[in-house]
Design a protein around this ligand. Structure first.
Ligand code: PEP
Ligand code: MG
Length: 559
């Protein structure tokens, strides 16, 4: 690309290009104590009321203008917010306070609080207006203080929305027609911003520490694959990239499985699910089966251990959604970020490194064995010939051996997750004990890089493109090829279309991900040959950083 003046880097979480001016979400104004405490002299109060009226009129007019430029539901919402800014009761309450000596800023906040309480008491639809009223209050106070408009901008032409971070309330009404990409200074791949961007299907980059350098209204090119935001790209070049991206999106919309590389190698694309309804939904998608059923997510609020019959009922719903197809059930990964009340965890200083997953069988003897009984009963119920079962957080050969024996006693096909680096390092020995591997890149990355997977400041470390993580995946993949045993990936890495190709090149045989991610991976896999995947894997392994690895893969695997 030419004409680049400046690029800032973050973590790309939703692929694709967007080119539009930056539109910043500004923080709420904070009233300094002098404006809170000051008593306005009597002779100045009339002017203070006028200042207040002027500010509310500006805010109301902005909403009215936006409403007339918008259409459909967006126009209705904006129109309703404009009338809230002109609400006589609210205006009168604030004016009364100003006439008693409050500053316009303090009166705006106090009157708003009175109305918020009233709305909340009435409840229902009125309570739902609280967020809008607080928004009007913030905008009025910012106008009074001479600050830029706070909150998420309500654009009437395309923008790239930029913010320190976005809260659920900020993102509720975002319209992808106008908000073409999300970019935040904070946040990680699992932050709320990333989830919303995936839902809206727009490119997203998080953890861009230098984002503050980009001024309002500056045209930027967002590359959600490489995780970059570039200023100074020529408009024609930006449009060209966005248009070619639109073609990719159309291919994704119309993609039908099964997936295969351009030279015809079939690739198993499977779904990650958390319960029966999700499994049924996956069966209506292009998923070829289930690569990860996170059983612990069925029991996050269960105070007592569900009986064998109750558990078997739940598992049968999932197994029954894909008759005759591959379904991989994971035994309880309770503990750490997924506490399950009946699994009786002790308080731990460092739960990610504590008693979780298969380790629970020691502190809760029989817990996992009873679960295996229930899985076996469900398999029998639905007439499943082969049910794949895997244990999370395995770290030793003894754990793998004991688990495999318990599965085989019940006619279940035993496997383990590769989440602890110890397993990848001794991959051949572990594969001698079990029938398959499934690599959990979320935890494998966390434990390889010693970086909490939930930490935003460490988002560049918790990136599965880190060369050390890829090297461990290669060790597991090669062991699978030597023994002819399947090695899947079921962590978030499988949902990254470019990384998915690299994983295939590293010897991985199946990829499991959120159902919605399957078509994008299918399209990318279909555009490259297996040999290209192998070459990309080889070159990516020679890179010295995650950013370099990603850029190399993009160069080798995209046209
Ligand atoms: C993983 O660690 O990659 C994984 C799939 O397990 P979870 O995200 O449930 O810990
Ligand atoms: Mg895990």
């Amino acid at each position: 690309m030419e004409n680049i003046d400046q690029t800032v880097h973050g973590t790309g979480v939703v692929s694709g290009f967007a080119y539009a001016p930056a539109g910043w979400a500004r923080p709420r104004p904070v009233l300094p104590p002098r404006l809170q405490e000051r008593q306005v002299p009597e002779e100045q109060r009339e002017a203070e009321v006028e200042r207040f009226k002027g500010a509310t009129a500006v805010v109301a007019n902005r909403f009215t203008e936006r409403a007339s430029a918008a259409t459909g539901v967006a126009a209705e919402v904006l129109g309703a917010t404009a009338s809230l800014a002109k609400d006589r009761g609210w205006l009168r309450a604030a004016q009364k306070l100003i006439n008693q000596g409050s500053t316009a800023e303090a009166a705006t906040e106090a009157a708003t609080e009175q109305f918020v309480q009233m709305f909340q008491q009435v409840g229902g639809l009125m309570a739902e207006r609280v967020t809008d009223l607080r928004d009007i209050c913030d905008r009025t106070v910012a106008q009074l203080m001479g600050e830029p408009e706070p909150g998420v901008p309500q654009p009437t032409s395309p923008i790239v929305l930029m913010a320190d971070d976005l809260a659920p309330a900020d993102t509720a009404g975002l319209d992808p027609e106008f908000v073409r990409a999300l970019v935040t200074r904070l946040g990680g791949p699992t932050s709320h911003t990333a989830i919303i961007a995936r839902q809206l299907g727009i490119p997203c980059v998080v953890a861009v520490s230098e984002l503050g350098k980009i001024p309002e209204s500056t045209p930027v090119l967002v590359d959600g694959t490489l995780g970059t935001v570039t200023v100074g790209v020529a408009a024609e070049e930006g449009q060209r990239l966005v248009e070619s991206d639109a073609a990719r999106r159309e291919a994704i919309r119309t993609w039908r499985g099964p997936a295969h590389t351009s030279d015809g190698a079939e690739v198993d694309l499977l779904a990650n699910v958390q319960d029966g309804p999700a499994a049924v939904k996956a069966s209506q998608s292009q998923a070829g089966g289930i690569g990860l059923f996170r059983t612990e997510l069925c029991f996050l609020t269960a105070q007592t251990e569900p009986s064998l019959t109750e558990q078997a009922g739940i598992y049968a719903q999932v197994l029954g959604a894909f008759p005759g197809k591959k379904v991989v059930v994971r035994t309880l990964d309770a503990g750490s970020d997924k506490p399950v009340p009946f699994a009786n965890h002790d308080e731990e200083e460092n739960p990610a490194l504590g008693v979780r997953g298969i380790r629970l069988e020691k502190s809760n003897p029989g817990l996992i064995m009873r679960q295996l009984d229930a899985i076996a009963a469900a398999a029998e119920d639905v007439g499943s010939q082969t049910t794949w079962v895997m244990a999370p957080m395995v770290a030793t050969l003894d754990e793998a051996r004991d688990f495999a024996a318990a599965c085989r006693e019940r006619d279940l096909k035993p496997g383990i997750m590769v989440e602890v680096p110890a397993v990848a390092l001794l991959a051949d020995q572990f594969l001698a004990e079990v029938d398959f591997f499934s690599i959990g890149t979320n935890d494998l990355t966390q434990y390889t890089m010693a970086a909490d997977r939930m930490s935003s400041p460490l988002a560049t470390l918790t990136d599965p493109w880190q060369p050390a993580v890829l090297r461990l995946i290669q060790q597991a993949g090669q062991a699978g090829q030597r023994t002819g045993k399947p090695v899947g990936v079921c962590g978030e890495a499988a949902a990254d279309p470019l990384l998915a190709c690299v994983l295939l090149g590293l010897g991985v045989t199946s990829l499991s991900m959120a159902t919605t991610a399957i078509p994008a991976v299918g399209v990318q896999v279909g555009s490259v040959s297996m040999e290209q995947c192998r070459q990309a894997a080889e070159q990516v392994l020679a890179c010295g950083s995650a950013a370099e690895a990603k850029a190399k893969a993009a160069e080798l695997l995209t046209a």
